[in-house]
Design a protein around this ligand. Structure first.
Ligand code: SF4
Ligand code: SF4
Length: 471
């Protein structure tokens, strides 16, 4: 009987290790593949020990005992993270001044000296930034596009082609009720279900709803895309009450090539998808007799990550990205604002905050050391890990892509396979998982980031080494 129990247990572990090995191999995780293979071999060796070697049977006894203890310890529930469950409100410590879009680096880079009097007025108030912004403007935010990969034209063309789409759709970002359409009043529960299903149908990978917290609406417009500089500095005070937040999953094959061009090609692809999703959703509200304001790369009235947190779509990680339940940091966030009454979702606790306290993989891997390794700090009344955007963008311009190493290296970003699903579920619920899994992850996958091999159609010419980091 004892032997039979040992054997069945061992066979169960063998099946799981074989599954894990297959996943690691498919994900091109070289170190994890070796670790999984070693585990598999170990449990294969235990089979003859159990069957034919009574003097050595204490070994499987100890192994099985340890695994049972480990499994039981994973059942100790984690306490609910009240900060996370309160959404963005859980991270506020005092007065928050609304962000001014004119201060965003993208807006400043577009504000060239020929944009008078806007240029003169802005730098009269921010003289300390003028020189650094001028240098950034001269280089371009991404420097020479794709320079890390010798600006490989097929990939650069994919990036330009995708970014053409938000350029085209951006002019239709703000939709008023369509003339002649009667305002359709719907039960908010029914409307919410319809909006969510519609969002998924048109191609979003996750949809959540929140009330728009005015703190996350920019105080003034700063990003000007169509020469409409008369809107520069316009106060943004009249905004709809609800946001339909739309997430798109970024493809793992592309992201895992970070910091090379396939990853920025996928960012561009998602910006194109997000422009379509948010515009269609906004237009749908307009045809229902409501305002519908698309939030995408050609029109931001709001800071989208806090909206996504309030809409229950994830938590914010150490590297500042939204970390969503199935996709981790591998997502892009878009939205449509509306005044149709909807039912907001509740924020979620996925164990990310606790995991990030110990993990630090993104900060250890970041080539420009832009992600804090220490505790959260308070900036503008918000407790968070504050990214050093200047050094991050400096690195972007050096390599000619949006880097994304911190997105790719994050353990939550791995594909939504059986083993990663299991780990994510445990992290949501188990105290021990939150404490120990960061170390286990390092043991299995290693701490260093290595870009993965891309499918042949995405291949790019390998360029020179950049400094010590041989990306
Ligand atoms: S994008 Fe790259 S440089 Fe910027 S914070 Fe992430 S890892 Fe660091
Ligand atoms: S890499 Fe680790 S520390 Fe960084 S965001 Fe992901 S889980 Fe958090």
């Amino acid at each position: 009987m004892h032997n039979l129990v040992l054997l069945l247990f061992n066979l169960g572990v063998l099946v799981l290790s074989a599954l894990f090995l297959r996943e690691c191999f498919r994900e091109n995780e070289q170190r994890a593949t070796k670790v999984a293979a070693a585990i598999l071999i170990f449990f294969v060796v235990l089979v003859p020990v159990i069957l034919w070697s009574p003097p050595l049977r204490f070994i499987p006894d100890i192994v099985v005992g340890l695994l049972i203890c480990l499994a039981l310890s994973l059942l100790i529930p984690a306490r609910a993270n009240r900060e996370a469950l309160a959404g963005t409100a859980g991270h506020l410590t005092g007065e928050v001044k609304r962000f001014d879009e004119r201060d965003a680096v993208f807006a400043r880079v577009r504000l060239s000296p020929d944009k008078e009097p806007y240029y003169r007025n802005y730098y009269a108030e921010h003289p300390d930034q003028e020189e650094a912004d001028a240098q950034r403007r001269a280089k371009g935010l991404l420097g020479k596009l794709g320079s890390i990969d010798n600006s490989y034209q097929p990939l650069n063309a994919m990036i330009h082609a995708a970014f053409d789409i938000p350029d085209i759709l951006g002019r239709s970002a703000k939709s008023s009720p369509v003339e002649g359409e009667e305002r359709k009043r719907m039960d908010p529960v029914q409307a919410t279900e319809l909006v969510k299903q519609f969002g998924l149908h048109i191609g979003a990978d996750m949809v959540g709803i929140c009330k728009v917290n005015p703190l996350w609406v920019y105080s003034h417009r700063g990003e000007i895309h169509y020469g409409n500089y008369n809107e520069w500095g316009e106060p943004l005070d009249d905004f709809p009450a609800y946001a339909v937040v739309l997430l798109t999953e970024m493809n793992w094959d592309h992201v895992s090539a970070a910091p090379h061009s396939p990853s920025v090609a996928e960012s561009a692809n998602d910006y194109a998808k997000g422009a379509y999703l948010s515009t269609v959703m906004g237009r749908w509200f307009a045809h229902m007799g409501y305002r519908g304001i698309a939030q995408n790369t050609r029109n931001y009235d709001t800071v989208l990550v806090p909206l996504a947190v309030d809409a229950g779509l994830g938590e914010v990680g150490r590297q500042g990205y939204l970390i969503a339940p199935r996709f981790g940091a591998r997502v892009r966030v878009f939205a449509a604002l509306t005044d149709m009454e909807l039912v907001p979702d509740k924020p979620v606790s996925l164990g990310i905050d606790e995991f990030c306290q110990r993990c630090k993989k993104c900060s250890d891997t970041c080539p420009s050391r832009s992600i804090p390794v220490g505790e959260k700090t308070i900036t503008n009344g918000i407790r968070r890990w504050k990214l050093d955007e200047d050094s991050c963008f400096e690195y972007w311009s050096k390599i000619g892509t949006d880097c994304s190493i911190c997105m790719a290296v994050c353990p939550f970003s791995r594909p939504d396979t059986f083993s990663h699903k299991l780990v994510r579920t445990m992290l949501e619920r188990s105290l021990v998982a939150r404490r120990w899994f960061p170390a286990v992850d390092n043991l299995i996958y290693g701490k260093r980031w290595r870009p993965k091999q891309v499918p042949s159609w995405l291949e790019y010419p390998k360029a020179k080494e950049s400094g010590k980091e041989t990306y």
